[in-house]
Design a protein around this ligand. Structure first.
Ligand SMILES: O=P(O)(O)OC[C@H]1O[C@H](O[C@H]2O[C@H](CO)[C@@H](O)[C@H](O)[C@H]2O)[C@H](O)[C@@H](O)[C@@H]1O
Length: 390
């Protein structure tokens, strides 16, 4: 079986082939979408060339109506999904939970309440921790540049990493997430897993060159830079919009944009991306995320890190992934498919997820991590083992 690490060197080549095939498909989709979106197309290309009332004219009129209805529906669908992308509270104001909420909680119970079952399932196995950053280790805030992690959380993660191999997996640029976490002993997978680095090899490791493990999207850097500039210029006209450069990917934030401007922003972003079929657009928590169309995501990064740690085909490993966002679902799915460890979704509201458990917010994440540390400490003490501190 070819391992992910062996595959690493072949990635760039494969990506080019995959993206070329995809570009043809994307091109077709883009052309169709552009045609359906363009009022010029509906007005000029479908302008009745024959007598009014003829079958052809009626057909054309119907087509125009459908395109207009579909166009409006498409914009509404985008705005709806923008609105749903980061709900801040549970809609129901009644004290009792709805049937849907109760059945969701039964299927995804609190990781704190199930702590004993979780640790029992991990017995005899090596726990490996994967932690998303925004919304998991730090609360969601208005300004992405000020998403600081509390000292208490940092201390907890530092202790956690003494007992278990620990990785931070984030959509952010690796340097940025490192500047928030500031723990050199961790693994980091920035840019949605497209920039993987091991623990720092000490002061001689200039620019962390020795500890960079994998960057499957390097060839996209010039394109990402170009799109960053275009999006930066285009979105200047929308107050509150903010484009974040995450090295191998980009984020366009709309948390501080007036809802009335959302559809305009979505259209602007989509129109810039029309020129770049090798990039894909997804949505996170009040953010558009733009990434290369390579077959790499947080799930692949998780597998790559397990392999780097020597747990590729190991049955005695118990990976735990904690995250709050849609991109974390790729990692939850990998764990579900492997039947190893589990995912924990950080959310106050029921969401479609491949995670097994839930925690409501970063403070509960910290509580869970502290209990893990405590549990491990106690079980080592019971076995008469002392932890050799790094
Ligand atoms: O994978 P993650 O570490 O969760 O990164 C996903 C995005 O997180 C950041 O944006 C989110 O958090 C911001 C700060 O709380 C918030 O203002 C924004 O609305 C959220 O979407 C980050 O800035 C993005 O680049 C990441 O893609």
């Amino acid at each position: 079986m070819v391992s992910l690490i062996e595959e690493r060197d072949k990635m760039t080549k494969k990506n080019v082939v995959a993206s070329n095939t995809k570009s043809a498909i994307n091109m077709a989709i883009t052309v169709a979408a552009a045609a359906a979106n363009s009022s010029l197309f509906t007005m000029a290309a479908l302008k009745p060339p024959v007598a009014p009332g003829s079958f052809f004219t009626i057909l054309q009129r119907k087509l125009i109506q459908n395109l207009e209805i579909n166009g409006a529906a498409r914009v509404n669908a985008w705005v709806d999904s923008m609105r749903a992308s980061s709900p801040t509270h549970v809609k129901s104001t009644t004290p009792s939970l709805s049937e849907d909420q109760s059945s969701w909680i039964l299927r995804h119970p609190s990781a704190l309440e199930m702590f004993e079952q979780i640790t029992n399932a991990s017995k005899g196995k090596q726990i490996v921790m994967f932690l998303d950053y925004d919304g998991t280790l730090s609360p969601i805030v208005e300004d992405p540049d000020r998403a600081y992690m509390s000292d208490a959380m940092r201390t907890t993660v530092r202790k956690l990493a003494r007992y278990f191999p620990t990785a931070i997996v984030s959509g952010r640029c690796r340097d940025k997430v490192y500047s928030f976490v500031q723990l050199a002993e961790l693994y980091y997978a920035g840019s949605h897993g497209m920039d993987i680095k091991g623990p720092s090899k000490g002061p001689k490791d200039k620019n962390d060159a020795q500890s960079v493990l994998f960057q499957p999207a390097s060839e996209f850097v010039p394109m990402i830079d170009k799109v960053y500039k275009a999006l930066f210029d285009e979105t200047k006209s929308i107050p509150g919009a903010n484009v974040e450069h995450n090295k191998f990917c980009l984020s366009v934030h709309y948390r501080r944009v007036d809802e009335k401007k959302w559809s305009e922003l979505a259209q602007l972003v989509k129109s810039v991306l029309k020129e770049y079929p090798k990039l894909r657009l997804t949505q996170g928590r009040k953010v558009f995320e733009i990434r290369p169309t390579i077959k790499w995501d947080k799930g692949k990064a998780l597998e790559f890190l397990l392999e780097s740690l020597g747990y590729a085909n190991c049955i005695d490993v118990f990976p735990v992934y904690i995250g709050d966002d849609r991109t974390d679902e790729d990692a939850f799915k990998v764990l579900r498919d492997r039947g190893q460890g589990f995912g924990i979704l950080v959310s106050k509201i029921p969401k479609d997820t491949n995670a097994s458990y839930c925690l409501q917010e970063p403070s509960e994440v910290m509580n869970f991590l502290q209990r893990l540390v405590q549990w491990k400490k106690m079980s080592l003490q019971r076995q008469g083992k002392k932890l050799s501190l790094r």
